[in-house]
Design a protein around this ligand. Structure first.
Ligand code: NDP
Ligand code: GDR
Length: 327
């Protein structure tokens, strides 16, 4: 039975990846931070077979300990401070967790492997946020990186450190440059879920309107369930490498609002949407659109959920959740 260690198990991707790996017969270990993390209950109810280990990406000794218990064949580093807006207000912490945390887990992986570097394969959750300022459209594995947030800068550090461990030590280390991916499990601070929750509540008469920031930004949004499959496929290749994972389509926040409101029968959403500069960012990533050709050709990976389907799924899920809370 193959063994996997996942950091960030309590997050959106951690849960989908755990489900995928358990379905393939893996023994799955999940790293959870904090002394009494309230999200342990979520992991236990969603994927009860996962074995929980305590640890933090900023504490290398906790990672070394986790490796000695999990004895993994595959490591998926999904843990991070992942909210871009928060990263300006907590830039140093974001650098420690999202940046240096990657070095900590790479080093723990190397120490665990010892002389047999082929013993373990490593996945790093890199991000389209590393592209930042638009240099090239669509963005591919060779596009220049120009991050526009402390989060993006920290991810660039982790990305190159992963490449460096591959080149220095021959480690099977892969970096997935994943574009935005969403689901009913997306955190409510991110724009898609903020919109799907608000639209659900407005349609049920529980909320009057929604306040957002920049409506012009464009993102390449896919479904998280599809994207964790790409992570697994990367680690099944003979060598580690870097791959863009995206749909190849982009949509603005305005289009997101169009589709979400349409799902509840509202065509004219303008009176229901307010804007507040508090939700604008000091520097914005205006346009993301990925070229997933390499993932398609080498990994045989393709997205299965279209944008409209994804947004409708999220709104319908939130309507059901809101109704359940009313009962
Ligand atoms: P989430 O924000 O949902 O999950 C982040 C996870 O990281 C949580 O489990 C969180 O734990 C954990 N974490 C935070 N701080 C630490 C720490 N100090 N030590 C260990 N774990 C920690 O993110 P997603 O699931 O959406 O994303 C997974 C990864 O992929 C992240 O690295 C993200 O940056 C990256 N990514 C995501 C994309 C997306 O569109 N979703 C696109 C590209 C990259 P806790 O619950 O305790 O806070
Ligand atoms: P992003 O996702 O920054 O792309 O990072 P987010 O959903 O936070 O923002 C997307 C775009 O929407 C605009 N926006 C708003 N965003 C939020 N959160 N709240 C608002 O009210 C709002 N109004 C407009 C933003 O300005 C932005 O342009 C996500 C995270 O999952 C990262 O961890 C990951 O690396 C990248 O996707 C790829």
């Amino acid at each position: 039975m193959p063994r996997a260690l996942i950091t960030g198990i309590t997050g959106q991707d951690g849960l989908y990846l755990a489900e995928l790996l358990l379905g393939k017969g893996y023994e799955v270990y999940g790293l959870v931070r904090g002394q009494n993390n309230p999200k342990i209950a979520l992991v236990q109810s969603t994927v009860p077979e996962v074995k929980i280990l305590t640890g933090d990406l900023t504490d290398i000794s906790s990672l070394i300990r986790a490796f000695s218990v999990a004895q993994p064949d595959e490591v998926y580093n999904l843990g991070a401070i992942s909210f871009v807006a928060y990263s300006w207000e907590n830039a140093s912490l974001t650098s420690d967790v999202t940046g240096k945390g990657v070095l900590n887990i790479l080093e723990a992986t190397r120490l665990y492997a010892g002389k047999d570097i082929d013993k373990v394969k490593f996945y790093q959750a890199s991000s389209s946020e590393m592209y930042g300022k638009v240099q090239q459209v669509p963005q591919s594995e060779s596009t220049l990186l120009w991050p526009r947030s402390p989060y993006g800068v920290a991810k660039v550090f982790g990305h190159y450190m992963t490449i460096n461990y591959r080149e220095s030590y021959g480690m099977h280390a892969s970096s997935g440059i994943l574009f935005n991916h969403e689901s009913p499990r997306r955190g409510p601070e991110f724009v898609t879920r903020k919109v799907s929750q608000a639209v659900a509540r407005i349609s049920l008469g529980l909320q009057d309107d929604i306040t957002l920031g920049n409506l012009d930004a464009k993102r390449d949004w896919g479904f998280a369930g599809d994207y964790v499959d790409a992570m697994w496929r990367m680690l099944q290749q003979p060598e580690g490498d870097d791959y863009v994972v995206a749909t190849g389509e982009t949509h603005s926040i305005e289009t997101l609002l169009d589709v979400a409101f349409k799902a509840v029968g509202i065509d004219d959403w303008a009176p229901l949407v307010k804007q507040n500069p508090a939700f604008m960012r000091p520097a914005e990533v205006d346009l993301l659109i990925g070229d997933p050709s390499k993932a398609k050709d080498v990994l045989g990976w393709e997205p299965t959920v279209k944008f409209e389907q994804l947004v409708t799924m999220m709104v319908e899920n939130d309507i059901a959740e809101q109704k359940a809370q009313l009962r």
